[in-house]
Design a protein around this ligand. Structure first.
Ligand SMILES: [Zn+2]
Length: 561
């Protein structure tokens, strides 16, 4: 048995240090901060910073980006996968518990001026422009500028140190491919590749052998069974490691997918305990947190979008100006490019017969026909008004205000916002609503002298009533006696509204949403710049109402979350 590679590396490193010590008695290893920013998972948190070189066999040091502190950490505290990744950042190439295989070859190790060490198999024929070419365990060719190299040494290694099993297998195939009628050669290759962990390739070669020589099948039943078992184990571990990697990089969606694949494909695996405990809980919590974060982050932009859509949508009126009730319908776009419009069919129990969400079927009534649209064909579903008679006019202020501020309305801004987020994230509306409503709630614990508060994902946004400040609840326009343009003299919001720019209208509606759908944090009363906060202006002997603030003297601005 050969000692594991990690130990070899460490021995070589100690030997190097000792040699250096003899020649130059004074200088201890000088700390160098690697200029490349890295992220290391510390206590489950992705932590940015810079590696401090060199690392020892038991410890490594890391300069935290957040505080600038240099912390010493133990390799032991990292999980296997993360450790291998981080050791590479410190110039330590490990091959972990991987089996040694292949031919004996000569490895080359460079100690670089920046403190890193790189070992590999020299490819002198590929040296280029004063750079040394090296095949390493992770790169097909790595170029190292000669000017970066402090010292060079060679050591005895195996192909497995720098070549993947697949690379070694391909070398074998090139050197001596098994003949098409040579059962013994295929059988030998099956044994050889099973030794380097390529069980799927071993299965292929064994199958070839049994096709050529059917007698082989019975004789190698156990071997075949072992290969199948080992192949399943390897694929399980592969999925497991990809799951850990996704989890550690904060990609809980992918981690959750891998977890699902493991559950489905390998329900009886001996390794199940590895992903059934803390790891599963962590991923589920991570998924939940990710959903909470997305719901809250999306709410601001979805609400702003809906307000704008509502403002730009028209109402239908008949010749006398009476509103024609809308016929709420759905417009479905299909993968084949068809557009289907109809009313959502309601099932006997009062629920809609399929929502089309998450790939379920949708049932639309189009004229007299009930059409079931397969969820797989649906690309998008949106609400439309099926009423077609009359003419379209912009919505009145009262209509828009009611849409924004009545949070109990099933077709109001808040309900539509919840519905749209639920549809995008493929989560139930009740869950999205619950997350949104409790977005400001926080929990804290105090334990062992440490106060810990749960994170919050709300962010602060601005809203600005501007010249619409007089429409804010509790504001009253001042008295106006003087004649003038109706937009300045009217006290009817619906009349005033029609003369305002889209920008002003949007600002007012968004401010209303900020106070009713979201939660206002700070309210700023800015003195009106037009009348210096007096609310009135002098015009000769007359005192006229300020057209900007309409007599209230202030304009409202606020932050909300
Ligand atoms: Zn004013």
């Amino acid at each position: 048995m050969r000692p594991p590679a990690v130990i070899l590396t460490v021995f070589a490193w100690l030997a190097l240090s000792a040699a250096a010590g003899e020649d130059n008695p004074a200088p201890p290893a000088e700390d160098r901060i690697d200029p490349t920013e890295a992220v290391i998972i510390l206590g489950g948190e992705p932590t940015p910073g810079w590696p401090v070189l060199p690392a020892s066999e038991t410890e490594y040091r890391f300069k935290l980006k957040l505080t600038g502190d240099i912390v010493a950490l133990r390799w032991l505290d990292l999980d296997d996968y993360e450790r291998a990744r981080v050791q590479k950042l410190y110039g330590i190439e490990t091959r972990g518990a991987q089996r040694v295989f292949g031919e004996k070859i000569t490895g080359t190790r460079y100690l670089l001026k920046n403190g890193k060490r790189i070992a590999g198999y020299r490819l002198p024929e590929r040296d280029w422009a004063a750079q040394k070419a090296l095949k390493t365990a992770t790169a097909p060719v790595l170029y190292i500028p000669e000017s970066d190299i402090e010292t060079e040494e060679t050591f005895e290694a195996y192909q497995s140190d720098f070549f993947s099993p697949m690379e070694v297998y391909q070398q074998w195939l090139l050197a001596k491919p098994p003949g098409p009628n040579d059962a013994a050669a295929h059988f030998a290759m099956a044994q050889k590749v099973s030794n380097i962990g390529l069980f799927d390739k071993a299965i292929d070669h064994l199958k070839m052998a049994t096709v050529i020589d059917p007698g082989m099948e019975e004789r190698n039943k156990d071997f075949f069974a072992t290969l199948v078992q080992e192949d399943a184990k390897r694929r399980t571990l592969d999925l497991y490691q990809r799951m850990l990697l996704a989890k550690n990089s904060g990609d809980f969606g992918s981690a959750f997918d891998f977890l699902g694949q493991l559950d489905r494909n390998f329900p009886n695996s001996d390794f199940k305990t590895r992903w059934d405990g803390d790891v599963r809980r962590e991923i589920e919590v991570g998924m939940k947190t990710a959903t909470i974060k997305r719901v809250i982050q999306m709410s601001y932009s979805v609400a702003a979008d809906l307000v704008q859509q509502r403002l730009f949508s028209k109402v239908r009126v008949d010749d006398k100006g009476n509103v024609i009730p809308s016929i709420p319908g759905k417009q479905v776009a299909t993968r084949a490019g068809h557009i289907l419009r109809g009313t959502l069919e309601i099932a006997d129990d009062g629920s809609s017969a399929g929502t089309g969400a998450a790939g379920t079927d949708l049932v639309l009534r189009i004229g007299e026909v009930k059409v079931t649209i397969s969820g797989r064909d649906i690309v998008s579903i949106r609400d439309v008004d099926l009423a077609t008679s009359g003419k379209e006019i912009p919505r009145a202020f009262d209509d828009l205000k009611d849409y924004v501020t009545d949070t109990g309305r099933p077709d109001g801004l808040k309900a539509q916002m919840i519905a749209r987020i639920a549809q995008t994230l493929r989560e139930p509306e009740t869950k999205v609503k619950e997350i949104f409503n409790s977005r400001l709630a926080r929990e804290a614990t105090y334990k062992d002298g440490v106060y810990k508060v749960s994170p919050t994902y709300v962010t602060l946004h601005d809203a600005w009533y501007g010249s619409g400040s007089w429409l804010r609840d509790g504001s009253r326009p001042g008295n106006q006696k003087r004649a003038g343009h109706v937009a300045d003299t009217t006290d009817d919001p619906n009349v005033w509204w029609r003369f305002q720019s889209t920008e002003t209208q949007l600002a007012v509606l968004r401010s209303m949403a900020a106070e009713k759908v979201f939660k206002r944090k700070d309210l700023y009363k800015l003195p009106c710049p037009n009348c210096a906060g007096h609310g009135y202006l002098r015009a000769g002997l007359e005192r006229i109402r300020c057209p900007l603030c309409r007599g209230i003297g202030v304009l409202f601005k606020m932050t909300y979350q």
